[in-house]
Design a protein around this ligand. Structure first.
Ligand SMILES: Nc1ncnc2c1ncn2[C@@H]1O[C@H](COP(=O)(O)OP(=O)(O)O[C@H]2O[C@H](CO)[C@@H](O)[C@H](O)[C@H]2O)[C@@H](O)[C@H]1O
Length: 479
């Protein structure tokens, strides 16, 4: 099938969070499965620093009273054709956070629709998040193009209808009070990035005010767990970490811990329990919980803590100030740095992710792959990817808690800190995590079946072993 991915991010050239990982990895695997997948991305001002882009555009178009040009390149490290939407609105060296955000991404979507109608006609347009939410509405009038809309983050729903009506074409048949709601109504298939979250968003606690709509369209709504790029993120040959390792050579992993402690200015001590966090610093990621207990945790234990993240100024300053109270034991890096993130996954003993909600979560899968034991709140995709440690039966891959309460997080962290003292059991726990299969192949198979279902084709046979593991606890079934 001919499939066009339209998104605001694509790793490795334009990534802020997990959506970039998905758009950067999934097309590659789908192409290996025989689909002609291409990506449509804004031509951000920083892209020429990161890849080769021809000077001449392959096509010029017109949308929302604006001229634009489309340049063709290839996503670095892959064979995936990449079309770049060139317009001065994207020249600034940033992906998000501008006053013109609603306008410029609506223009981008409109440009993508024109591109499909006039230059390269796909059978399926696979849209990601609100930035591309108008595409299913516009393409609804083209019966030979179908749409899939993937929700990575329901919290951001794009501009309101009244604003869209001012800036662009809202066809007579359009429904939905904002871009996300319109996309959910008009896409042929809607999916989110884990089975648990797909259920949760039909409830008021997680539905971000469109739970009624999501319940209404539940017949076309599904959950497909993300993968990670296991070729790029591989502790056995990662050139960004001090010492490569596998489950067989886990003892060597402590070289990474020492190197990380040196790099981020922590006291060098391979015996200290080192917790890491790599995250966007936003409410979703549970930072308010962390701020309520971290001071006490640091005071009560001898643990060390390293944070890498950017985001809300409030969380940045609070974490920074906390770090200044624990010199040599806590380090805060307020920046975006892929190489350092890998060294944190490879060098920490545990990885903290107490999310308020989590559509899937890529970081905990990276942590598992690099042998850092996740401490997570059981919500969304964290339910589907991390199972609670059961020492009696030597089962489970991390430490989990259910309620979004500071005391529950504190208790969970203390349990992990205690568990770390039992070295042989801890190593087994790490190995179980590292042996989990989070490759994209399993998820790509499910996307393939989703595409096939649009055309009434039967699903392809799946390997029985490749089924994602869905672990539902009583507490989660209730939430
Ligand atoms: N400062 C920093 N430096 C370097 N790397 C950093 C970084 N901050 C974050 N990252 C990286 O960004 C990615 C974060 O991905 P997540 O899926 O965990 O969260 P995110 O909320 O961004 O994604 C949203 O979309 C994805 C994709 O569908 C869903 O999994 C998720 O639940 C949803 O919230 C990881 O690869 C992480 O290493």
């Amino acid at each position: 099938m001919r499939i066009l991915f339209v998104a605001a991010e694509a790793a490795p050239v334009a990534k802020v969070g997990g959506m970039g990982d998905v758009v950067g990895a999934l097309p590659k695997v789908l192409r290996q499965m025989g689909h002609d997948v291409r990506i449509f991305l804004p031509y951000y001002g920083f892209l020429p620093d990161k890849m080769e882009i021809p000077k001449e555009p392959v096509w010029k178009g017109y949308a929302m009273f604006q001229d634009f040009a489309v340049y063709e390149s290839v996503l670095p490290g892959t064979d995936v054709p990449l079309y770049l939407f060139g317009h001065p609105a994207f020249t600034p060296r940033r992906i998000y956070a501008g006053e013109d955000e609603d306008w410029r991404f609506t223009l981008f979507s409109n440009g993508a629709a024109e591109f499909c109608w006039n230059y390269w006609k796909p059978e399926i347009v696979h849209c990601h998040d609100w930035h591309t939410g108008m595409l299913p509405v516009w393409l609804n009038q083209s019966p030979d193009i179908t749409t899939v809309f993937t929700i990575h983050n329901l919290a951001y729903q794009g501009p309101w209808r009244w604003y869209l009506e001012k800036i662009t074409w809202c066809p007579w048949y359009m429904q939905g009070h904002n871009t996300m709601a319109a996309a959910v109504q008009f896409a042929n298939k809607v999916n989110t990035v884990s089975p648990t979250y797909a259920e949760q968003i039909k409830t008021p606690a997680y539905g971000e005010l469109i739970e009624g709509l999501l319940s209404f369209i539940s017949g076309k709504l599904s959950g497909i767990i993300n993968g990670i790029d296991t070729e790029i993120y591989n502790p056995a040959n990662d050139k960004y970490i001090a010492q490569t390792f596998t489950t067989e050579t886990l003892d060597q992993r402590k070289i990474n811990k020492i190197a990380l402690q040196e790099e981020v200015g922590l006291e060098v001590n391979s015996k200290a329990f080192l917790i890491g966090m790599v995250t966007r610093l936003v409410e979703q990621k549970g930072l308010d919980l962390v701020l309520q207990i971290l001071d006490r945790f640091m005071a009560y234990t001898d643990a060390q803590f390293v944070l890498l993240g950017t985001g809300d100024r409030y969380y940045e300053t609070q974490m920074w100030q906390l770090a200044s109270r624990y010199p040599g034991r806590m380090a805060t890096y307020l920046l975006y740095n892929d190489a350092l993130s890998r060294r944190i996954y490879a060098g920490t003993d545990a990885f903290l992710m107490p999310s308020r909600f989590e559509p899937c979560g890529i970081s905990q899968m990276m942590a598992l792959r690099y042998g850092s034991v996740p401490i997570v709140r059981r919500t969304g995709g964290l339910v589907d990817t991390v199972s609670h440690y059961d020492p009696e039966n030597e089962a489970g891959t991390g430490y989990c808690f259910d309620r979004y309460e500071p005391l529950d997080l504190f208790t969970c962290m203390i349990r992990a800190w205690e568990g770390f003292r039992f070295k042989p059991q801890w190593q087994e726990l790490q190995k179980r995590g590292m042996n989990q299969d989070f490759s994209w192949y399993r998820s790509a198979q499910q996307y393939d079946n989703l595409y096939r279902s649009i055309y009434g084709l039967p699903p392809r046979e799946e390997e029985p072993t490749s089924e994602p593991k869905l672990i539902l606890t009583e507490a989660n079934e209730k939430s």
